[in-house]
Design a binder for this molecule. Structure first.
Ligand code: DUC
Ligand code: ZN
Ligand code: ZN
Length: 480
């Protein structure tokens, strides 16, 4: 007699708190028991493997709409394949508002496109136009539809919000019970530097980094936090690129501000030097904020270890190098201002963090689970995800901690024509991915059915409740 539909037997179960040998019993897509000697109708042998929560990637751009009406090449099917190939089972992707447009109809179209997904998914809503209707009607409607996080850009034409627009979004988020995530770079200074560089004839990919050095990210991070303090609204700083920026977050955390920081594998593995590769190759490493100097990764690992940096996401950008939607869309070697920013990393995220973190001895396997699954799920209100506990969704990854794999574009299984990690060797690899009790990837072969992913509607959750620290006790968000 079997007690469970499936038992994962004989592996080392890793949670954020412990690492011990145990079986996992699964019934109805959920974890039903954790213990010894469990009996299942199907038994998956996990000896020699780590059994960890499936990755939760809370920053992925998938099938994102562009201003010209086209979308990124990475679609919800290919993105799901890539996610499963890399051990990730849940993503939070983006719905984009363009200036002058309402959110409702475009969000409906995102929801429809995402209906093909195999990975479980939620949305962040990007707000680029803080109109009265958006603030009064659409942000509360988003919360009612299960979207509990917003993204704002403090830079980029035509996406950025000025300080007043950002404050309006913070206040609306506070009223609706949402988290605000922020892209922190100084808009005016980057525009000015870019014009100066191009006027001086400095247009190659490496000048992308020169146009937006560390102090412009640090200034915007400080400002984003200060304005969030004014409103007493919790925020997450996206894609922190180096220690100098994380220090702003640490200072605010120390004074009790509810601010969290995310970093991404590109800031732990790539450097500014990569953008100086011959020809136009450097564009393969262009993202914003830009990768920094050779010592930046060491600083970030320190702030990962001390808890300042709370989670590691991919910032997977779903477009190619070549082709009419890729980095070369504006010509064979366009100036850096005309190159799309972002790098793909959905499949590479967990292997890179495991290899550089756990295999290299910088963090423990428990830390890895906390940074890549449990904390992201906790911060973004994905209650059933990112944990190995009775009652949680049976989203699991079986990991071979010894396997050495050379990353190539083929191994990524995405719809993009390059990976910035081509040729890099990692130690530690996902050999089986399970989503809600179903094996969806084994030894690189993805078997999930398009449309089997689930929309993760998020309700109100305690973790992001305002701290209750309003300057002078005055709640401006009730009026503005
Ligand atoms: N910011 C992101 O969050 N993703 C891609 C590019 C960018 O600037
Ligand atoms: Zn960003
Ligand atoms: Zn992003």
């Amino acid at each position: 007699m079997s007690d469970f539909h499936t038992v994962i037997s004989g592996g080392v179960v890793v949670t954020e708190a412990s690492q011990e040998r145990a079986d996992i019993g699964i019934a109805d897509g959920r974890i039903a028991a954790i213990g010894a000697g469990l009996r299942g109708a199907r038994v998956i042998d996990a000896s020699g493997r780590l059994v960890m929560p499936g990755g939760v990637d809370t920053h992925c751009h998938i099938e994102q709409l562009r201003a010209d009406g086209t979308t990124d090449e990475e679609g919800f099917v290919s993105g799901s394949v890539s996610a499963f190939a890399g051990g990730t089972t849940s993503v939070v992707t983006f719905s984009m508002q363009f200036k002058g447009q309402a959110i409702g109809p475009s969000l409906a179209a995102y929801r429809e496109r995402a209906g093909k997904a195999m990975v479980d998914y939620a949305f962040h809503q990007i707000i680029t136009d803080a109109t009265d209707e958006v603030i009064r009607d659409e942000i509360p409607a988003l919360a009612a539809a299960g979207i509990r996080s917003l993204k704002v850009f403090l830079t980029y034409d035509p996406l950025h919000l000025d300080d007043r627009g950002y404050l309006r979004v913070l206040a609306a988020a506070r009223r609706a019970g949402m988290l605000v995530t922020v892209h922190c770079e100084n808009y005016e200074a980057i525009g000015w530097m870019t014009e100066a560089l191009l006027a001086a004839g400095l247009s190659a990919p490496k000048y992308h980094a020169w146009s937006r050095p560390v102090m412009l990210e640090r200034e915007a991070t400080y400002r984003a936090i200060a304005l969030a303090e004014l409103v007493d609204q919790p925020i997450q700083i996206f894609h922190v690129s180096c220690a100098e920026v994380a220090e702003e977050v640490a200072r605010a955390q120390a004074r009790g501000v509810k601010v969290w920081a995310e970093t991404c594998p590109q800031y732990l593995t790539l450097t500014q030097e990569d953008m100086d590769r011959p020809g136009f190759e450097g564009a393969k490493f262009m993202c914003s904020p830009a990768p920094r100097g050779a010592d930046a990764a060491a600083g970030l690992w320190g702030q990962i270890a001390d808890g300042t940096i709370w989670n590691i996401s991919s910032d997977h950008s779903g477009f190619s190098f070549e082709g009419d939607r890729g980095k070369r869309a504006a010509g064979p070697a366009p100036n850096f201002r005309d190159v799309l920013n972002g790098v793909p990393g959905l499949a590479a995220r967990l292997p890179l963090v495991f290899s550089e973190g756990v295999s290299a001895g910088r963090i423990s396997a428990c830390d890895f689970v906390r940074l890549t699954a449990t904390n992201p799920a906790r911060l973004f209100g994905l209650q059933e995800k990112g944990r190995i506990e009775v009652g949680a969704d049976a989203d699991l990854v079986l990991w071979d901690p010894e396997r050495r794999v050379t990353l190539t574009n083929g191994v990524m299984q995405h719809a993009i024509d390059y990976t910035p990690y081509e040729g890099r060797v990692v130690t530690g690899w996902p050999v089986l991915t399970m989503r809600r009790g179903e094996v969806v990837m084994q030894e690189g072969v993805v078997t999930a059915r398009p449309g089997s992913g689930r929309y993760l509607a998020r309700g109100a959750y305690e973790f992001i409740r305002p701290a209750g620290r309003l300057p002078n006790g005055f709640d401006a968000s009730a009026f503005g």
